[in-house]
Design a protein around this ligand. Structure first.
Ligand code: CMC
Length: 454
């Protein structure tokens, strides 16, 4: 990062001003480097949720939420979604550049050679209840991979990190499909090396030993594109979880399992399910007005699912590609008159013309159409967040690798202290006009545990 001068922080409590460096990254807003603040002023910044804090510097993904731009390693998502396949995008995220033809061939072949699960790991499935949520199975089985690859678990070894990345990218579809088959009571379908990544996943999901299954090429291309759209999204909750887990030196399987656990939350990987449920609830085009009214009512907790985004204050570029993909898939399946699809198109149109949504910059996000596509392809709702976890694994791995290579990445989050009863613990010292908070530590309330030694 390039130095861009300094910022001066003035204190109303009499503490002398503190100068902090400003840096400019190659893209995005400048940053004030506050690392020295604790040492110079004895204070932390308070930024719950890190909404105004860059937790790391990264070269992987860039989002301009105001302009609706998403870049992976500098390439616009639209170009990647239209001109690449998912494994090329994995290569790009992990290596910083798109592969040439031999590199691509080698990458694809290596992934193919890692798709099977250890047979002892396959037996883990019978320990789960039949009705286990597939994300619960994923958290368990992906974490359990740590128990199988002791020969390549040295995270300081670049080759070990690379092999682990291949294993995870290759095995995620197999683990997912087995979770589904187990739930359905159907036999596991083992991977087939004659198929590409997405074809193979669809084969493991939807084939049975009883008859020939040929994945529909239109659906294969659509799913491949959806994987690309979900591959990375900068420092979101699950990616930050993976980085934080990895900062302790935890192995990559444990870190990715932590990322999956975070992704499972309804505010992250579950919004497309909520969107589908909302469309079902609205039920008919004639009822859209009523629901738009509810979404605008401050006293009503109802929100238009699939609309709005923490970062995008413009069209989520992934949403446009999703809408296009949705059209293609439903057309292919003869479902273009699907009731919920028509409802979604009309709802989007009405909301985009409504002053409330325009003034608050609320646009459709990636989840508005994805649930409709998955449902049309035959994926049950519980599988939706898993379809997010498969591609995001490549982004998590790229971020994990970047974090491991970054000497500045030492994680220790801090807090603004509040007493056990919720009171602020640092009170102003009446004898000092300009208190140094470190000197006030003895004033903090402490509780005494009245218990004898056992
Ligand atoms: N419907 C109606 N009103 C909304 C909506 C919505 N979907 N989203 C935001 N608003 C209103 C909100 O009530 C607030 O109004 P006011 O200014 O009067 O208080 C204003 O717009 C700004 O909202 P906000 O909550 O400050 O916006 P945010 O950027 O913090 O929240 C959000 C973003 C995604 C949590 C929110 O838009 C939302 O809940 N959307 C619906 C759920 C959804 O689709 N989630 C998926 C997000 S994409 C996931 C991904 O990228 O992985």
């Amino acid at each position: 990062m390039v130095s861009k001068g300094t910022a001066t922080l003035n204190f109303s409590n009499g503490h002398p001003p503190v100068e902090l460096p400003i840096y400019s990254g190659s893209v995005g807003p400048d940053v004030v480097d506050i690392r020295a603040l604790g040492g110079k002023a004895g204070m932390f910044t308070y930024d719950p949720g890190f909404m105004s804090t860059a937790s790391c510097s990264s070269t992987i993904t860039y989002i301009d939420g105001d302009k609706g731009v998403l870049l992976y390693r500098g390439y616009p998502i639209e170009q990647l979604a239209q001109q690449c396949d998912f494994l090329e995008v994995c290569y790009l995220l992990l290596n910083g550049e798109l592969p040439n033809a031999p590199q691509k061939q080698q990458f694809d072949d290596t992934v193919k050679r890692h798709t099977m699960l250890h047979e002892q790991l396959v037996r883990f499935y019978s320990g789960f209840r039949r009705d286990a949520h597939p994300m619960a199975v994923m958290v368990g089985v992906v974490g359990a991979l740590s128990a199988f690859y002791h020969e390549a678990m040295d995270i300081s070894d670049a080759r070990h990190r690379e092999v682990s990345a291949f294993r995870l990218i290759a095995k995620l579809p197999t683990i997912t499909a087995m979770a589904y088959k187990y739930n359905q009571g159907q036999p596991f379908m083992y991977p087939r090396n004659s198929l590409n990544y997405v074809e193979n996943f669809m084969h493991m999901m939807f084939a049975t030993p009883c008859e020939e299954y040929r994945p529909n090429p239109v659906l294969v291309r659509a799913l491949d594109r959806i994987l690309i759209l979900h591959a990375d999204h900068e420092q979101n909750a699950s990616t930050s979880t993976v980085r934080l887990a990895g900062s302790s030196g935890a192995n990559p399987f444990a870190c990715i399992s932590a990322g999956i656990a975070c992704l499972w939350g309804p505010a992250h990987g579950g919004a497309n399910e909520a969107c589908l449920k909302m469309l079902e609830e609205i039920g008919d085009v004639s009822r859209i007005g009523q629901y738009i009214k509810r979404a605008k009512d401050k006293d009503d907790s109802f929100k238009l699912m699939g609309f709005g985004h923490r970062v995008y204050k413009n069209f989520d570029p992934r949403a446009k590609l999703m809408r296009e993909t949705c059209h293609g898939v439903l057309n292919e399946l003869g479902l273009k008159d699907d009731r919920l699809f028509k409802l979604a198109v009309e709802l989007e149109k009405i909301a985009l013309e409504d002053d409330y949504f325009i003034s608050k910059k609320l646009y459709p996000n990636v989840d508005f159409y994805s649930g409709l596509i998955y449902q049309a392809m035959g994926f049950p709702v519980a599988m939706f967040p898993v379809l997010f976890a498969i591609p995001r694994t490549s982004g998590w791995l790229a971020q994990w690798q970047e974090m491991r290579a970054d000497a500045e990445q030492k994680h220790r989050l801090r807090q603004a202290g509040r007493g056990p009863d919720g009171e602020a613990q640092i009170t102003e010292d009446p004898d000092h006009d300009a208190p140094d908070v470190r000197e006030l530590l003895p004033l903090r309330k402490q509780r005494v545990l009245h218990r004898g030694l056992v």
